[in-house]
Design a protein around this ligand. Structure first.
Ligand SMILES: Cc1cc2nc3c(=O)[nH]c(=O)nc-3n(C[C@H](O)[C@H](O)[C@H](O)COP(=O)(O)OP(=O)(O)OC[C@H]3O[C@@H](n4cnc5c(N)ncnc54)[C@H](O)[C@@H]3O)c2cc1C
Length: 328
């Protein structure tokens, strides 16, 4: 089934919350996300950091807030397309068609209404600028998602939170992991960093830092560590060095832009009927790129999208406290 009442581009915090609100109103919803996991900037850029201004949380780590949003949405079982980059938007008989680029090729999804919650753009992983990157043929740029077998020798290159997480997860899957980074500093939650240190001290996970990744070779990789060249024989490698936001995939769409923002009017509407915008991408927040503003816009966009698809349903949702809902 490739049709949903409402399709949401972007499964960051705002997309997740908008999806929850659409589902709460009883409509079907599909989320399309270019990354292999939900959470947008919170998961990709600062999962281990505390947020102090999320409504109702005196302080919460970004990855925990994502987990709460995911749990709030989970009982409604939305369609979730991960690793799907939305490339085009066209008017069709059933509403709007969004075409995506996925690992298996192009796919098309239709919906009565679309909510754009694409934030600062698709978060695309940085590509290594070292010799022989195509030689190994198995350099993954994202975590989660890389397939590794127990016993495989794997290099994880990078100091971002995904690198620490990947090194620990791969170790747990039975891989023989080398973690390397240009600085002797890794990011992660205190629990992850403690565990990394323990595994390193026990000689169960090799850490080469500070080190320089010189090249990928047909056998593996070459690194400069402690003033000596090291040749690693590898079965796979992950290069995890952060993300660059990319709005290009949306810029050909027939939308009205104000710089990096899509112009939004009443009800978070755009210049296209049945297409709404919320969160960092919306002009309504001005330069106020904050979760609190994005969540409010998500609720407004979702309820207007619901009314657009089902004019018999009012925009006003009533109070959720009057409902009885399944909990996770
Ligand atoms: C380091 C840092 C710290 C921050 N701290 C705070 C804080 O303390 N408090 C606060 O309120 N805010 C904070 N923010 C800002 C907050 O993270 C953003 O306001 C919030 O993430 C916006 O949510 P969003 O869902 O609109 O966009 P995003 O989080 O950017 O999510 C958008 C999602 O859409 C996906 N996407 C984009 N284009 C496409 C496409 N074409 N196809 C498919 N998927 C697509 C992206 O991959 C991404 O996952 C911080 C931001 C950063 C970078």
């Amino acid at each position: 089934m490739t049709h949903a009442d409402v399709l949401i581009v972007g499964a960051g915090p705002v997309g997740l919350y908008a999806a929850f609100y659409v589902a709460l109103r009883g409509l079907s919803v599909r989320l399309v996300e270019s990354r292999p996991e939900v959470g947008g900037q919170l998961s990709a850029l600062y999962p281990e950091k505390f947020i102090y201004d999320a409504p109702g949380f005196p302080r919460v780590r970004a990855h925990e807030l994502v987990e709460s949003l995911r749990r709030q949405l989970h009982p409604f079982s939305p369609a979730l397309e991960l690793g799907a980059l939305a490339m085009s938007l066209e008017l069709v008989t059933r509403g709007w068609q969004v075409t995506t680029w996925e690992r298996t090729g192009e796919r098309a999804y239709t919906a009565g209404a679309v909510i754009l919650a694409a934030g600062i753009g698709a978060l695309r992983p940085r590509v290594p600028d070292v010799a022989g990157v195509d030689l190994l043929g198995r350099v993954a740029l994202e975590w989660p998602g890389a397939v590794v077998s127990p016993g495989d020798r794997v290099l994880v290159s990078g100091g971002v939170p995904q690198a620490t997480r990947a090194a620990l997860d791969l170790h747990d899957q039975g891989a023989r992991v080398t973690l390397a980074h240009k600085r002797a500093l890794f990011r992660g939650t205190p629990e992850q960093l403690t565990r990394l240190q323990q595994l390193r001290e026990a000689g169960r996970l090799q850490v080469l830092a500070p080190s320089e990744l010189l090249a990928f070779t047909p056998e593996g990789a070459e690194l400069l560590f402690a003033d000596a060249r090291h040749a690693l024989t590898l079965d796979g490698a992950l290069y995890l060095n952060g993300y660059l936001p990319d709005l290009q995939s949306l810029q050909g769409w027939p939308l009205e832009w104000q710089g990096d923002y899509i112009s939004s009017g009443a009800g978070q509407s755009t210049n296209l009927p049945g297409v709404f915008v919320a969160g960092d991408l919306s002009s309504s927040g001005g330069d106020l790129k904050l979760l609190a503003a994005g969540f409010a816009e998500a609720a407004v966009a979702a309820n207007h999208a619901v009314h657009f698809v089902r004019p018999d349903l009012k925009v006003r949702p009533g109070h959720s406290s009057d409902k009885k809902l399944p909990t996770t």
